[in-house]
Ligand binder design. Structure first.
Ligand code: SAM
Length: 237
């Protein structure tokens, strides 16, 4: 995408813009589809495809039977690869990110157009109760690499818990860098009355050609409301 200028002059932000292509399919078979993502290396956070996002997107693909025809919200979506895979699989997807990060929300619109996918795009800042959040009622909430700043955990989990309560039987599926064993996720589950029903090593289901390009200790957790208020530790698989 660099060099798109028209007047022959590239602005610095254009020079830093690339398009990455992400493939999804069964082993030993041609890809079922690909998703193209516009990334900007100059910006941090929301304009870059983070490893957690590649892992969560692959999980969505591998769990594809769950995603047909359901309502999905991606929180802190950034370049929104997992949400776009869900849309490709037939989910009704709302992509969200910090309402103040207009460049991230604009990039989401461009990425949806590029992939010819119709998703709703919404500024949703964690812990802020703007009117649209009350009608989302998602069956599945996605969040890749949204557990990185401990000062935002309470706002994030307030939003997640509200969305889980608004839609019976819903689940929050998140991939995150595991920097503290299971303690972080156990602490948050206990505090918010949630339970972890699945906990996976993010590399355990990733095709080797994707895993070889990533590093780190990334986990994927599926989190639901804990109606009995049990601790997560006894439920984690
Ligand atoms: C590390 S990036 C991950 C982006 C993307 N999910 C990925 O994995 O490639 C964290 C994302 O969370 C968003 N974010 C951070 N604080 C937020 C807040 N308080 N409310 C909503 N989104 C927030 C950022 O804008 C950014 O897109």
């Amino acid at each position: 995408m660099a060099g798109e200028g028209g007047d022959g002059e590239e602005r610095p932000e254009q020079q830093m813009t690339t398009i990455s292509c992400h493939f999804f399919g069964e082993p030993e078979k041609p890809p079922a589809f690909s998703i193209s993502i516009i990334e900007n290396m100059k910006e941090d956070y929301g304009l870059f495809v983070w490893p957690c996002s590649i892992i969560l997107a692959e999980y969505v693909w591998q769990q594809r039977l769950r995603f047909s025809g359901v309502s999905v919200v991606e929180l802190g979506a950034g370049t929104c690869l997992p949400g776009l895979v869900a849309a490709k699989l037939g989910s009704d997807v709302t992509l969200t990110d910090d309402a103040n990060r207009l460049e991230v929300l604009d990039n989401m619109r461009r990425v949806c157009e590029l992939n010819k996918l119709k998703c709703k795009i919404l500024g949703l800042t964690w812990g802020v109760w703007d009117e649209p959040i009350f009608s989302l009622n998602p069956k599945i909430i996605l969040g890749a690499d949204v557990l990185y700043d401990s000062s935002a955990f309470d706002d994030l989990f307030a939003t997640v818990t509200f969305l889980l309560q608004s839609s019976p039987g819903s689940a929050f599926i998140t991939s995150y860098h595991n920097r503290s064993g299971h303690h972080l996720i156990e602490f948050l589950m206990e505090k918010w009355g949630l339970k972890c029903v699945k906990l996976l090593d993010g590399f355990s289901f990733l095709p080797s050609y994707k895993a070889s390009k990533l590093s780190g200790n990334i986990q994927l957790a599926e989190i639901v409301l804990d109606h009995q208020k049990e601790t997560s530790s006894s439920n984690a698989i």
